[in-house]
Design a protein around this ligand. Structure first.
Ligand SMILES: Nc1ncnc2c1ncn2[C@@H]1O[C@H](COP(=O)(O)OP(=O)(O)OP(=O)(O)O)[C@@H](O)[C@H]1O
Length: 353
């Protein structure tokens, strides 16, 4: 039987780690690849001693998968070094003064992904675009700057507190070929973030400057919706290559998108292009095409404002389900994955990435 990435994760989560949690929930699995000819993953422990103790768990995980598929399974144990202290870095402080807009060492381009209105799919587009660019060979980072409602950990399927690299820098997490960091990984997920502007700006500064992003072709920043403190702070304090605005074709969303575009113009952040999300709906039963939120409005707005139109993405049940399951649709090989691959190619061909 051919197993999907989600099937494999579910099977691995049935295998208990020494903490009593499933292997996925206890955040021990790294670099999971599920291909038609092989399933591979790494079980990463904190110390070599812990790795040794996990050998029976590794064997149990391999056996559990082999019981469900004839595809060869390989799993290796690694330790990321001797025990390290938890980061002394505590996210949630006021910003420190900085001379001017900052770059992130090793990161070639920083692109903010914004929207005027909430819920138009900005986080979905950010995560899928990140995965699609990574599949095209780009080194991609994804920073979830939606500090009030961070959704990237769930959409990218990462959990567990990031660790310190011993130099007061946080090691980001990685999934689907993308390097990820989110405030959602640093704070209690059940507690609402109730911070005022300066605290949010301090957190953003830390997520950019105190995360060991490494060498990246591009860092995508998933902004919160609207035109608030975080957008202002990011545009003024960071050397952005530019911003991409996501909108649905609906009039109210477009009205808000125009406000976001106006904000970027005022802050002199170049707008690299517009993306239309939830563009059309293809009924899976009868093939009828419906325009639930309208159609073509974003392309028209781009034309009017003389901005590049980067593409239209349909409204699609599997996209939503994939986001909820932690494996973005762009990681697979369906039509939607191809749409995201095309979008990523347009970013590359247009010299955006
Ligand atoms: N093309 C699509 N087809 C179907 N569902 C989608 C699509 N794009 C996004 N969604 C779903 O719509 C919901 C909102 O999407 P998402 O969280 O990406 O929006 P957002 O603009 O980042 O929202 P927020 O304002 O909360 O940050 C999610 O449940 C997501 O799975």
């Amino acid at each position: 039987m051919t197993l999907s990435n989600a099937n494999v994760r579910a099977i691995l989560n049935q295998v208990k780690s020494p903490s009593g949690q499933g292997l996925i929930d206890s955040d021990l699995v790294r670099a999971l690849t599920v291909d038609s000819d092989a399933i591979r993953f790494v079980i990463e422990a904190a110390t070599p001693e812990e790795a040794q103790a996990l050998e029976p768990v590794r064997q149990a995980a391999v056996e559990a998968l082999k019981a469900q598929t004839s595809v060869p399974v390989s799993a290796v144990l690694t330790a990321h070094g001797p025990s390290k202290p938890v980061p002394s870095l505590k996210v949630g402080r006021h910003p420190t003064p900085q001379a001017g807009p900052q770059s992130v060492p090793g990161v070639k381009r920083i692109i903010a992904i914004g929207s005027g209105k909430g819920g138009v799919g900005k986080s979905t587009v950010s995560s899928n675009l990140a995965v699609a660019l990574a599949r095209k060979g780009k080194k991609v980072g994804l920073l979830d700057a939606d500090l009030y409602g961070p959704s990237q950990p769930r959409m990218m399927g990462v959990s567990g507190k990031p660790k310190s690299n011993g130099n007061d820098m946080i090691e980001p997490l990685s999934a689907h070929g993308v390097t990820i960091m989110s405030l959602g990984l640093m704070v209690d997920p059940d507690k609402a973030v109730i911070w005022r502007g300066p605290m949010l700006m301090g957190a953003l500064q830390q997520l950019l400057g105190q995360v060991a992003w490494g060498e990246l072709d591009v860092l995508l920043i998933d902004l919160p919706p609207g035109t608030g403190d975080i957008q202002l702070s990011l545009c003024q304090k960071t050397n952005l290559s530019g911003a991409v605005v996501v909108s649905t074709p609906q009039d109210v969303a477009l009205l808000d998108a125009r406000k976001a575009l106006d904000m970027f113009k005022t802050l002199k952040t170049p707008v690299l292009g517009l993306v239309e999300n939830m563009s059309t709906f293809h009924c899976p039963n009868c093939g009828h095409e419906a325009h639930i939120f309208g159609h073509g409005g974003v392309a028209d707005a781009a034309k009017e404002l003389e901005l590049p139109f980067l593409g239209a993405l349909p409204i699609d049940l599997d996209t939503r389900l994939a986001g909820d399951s932690g494996t973005p649709i762009a990681a697979g090989d369906c039509d939607m994955a191809q749409s995201y691959a095309n979008l990523a190619q347009r970013f590359i061909d247009g010299g955006i990435v």
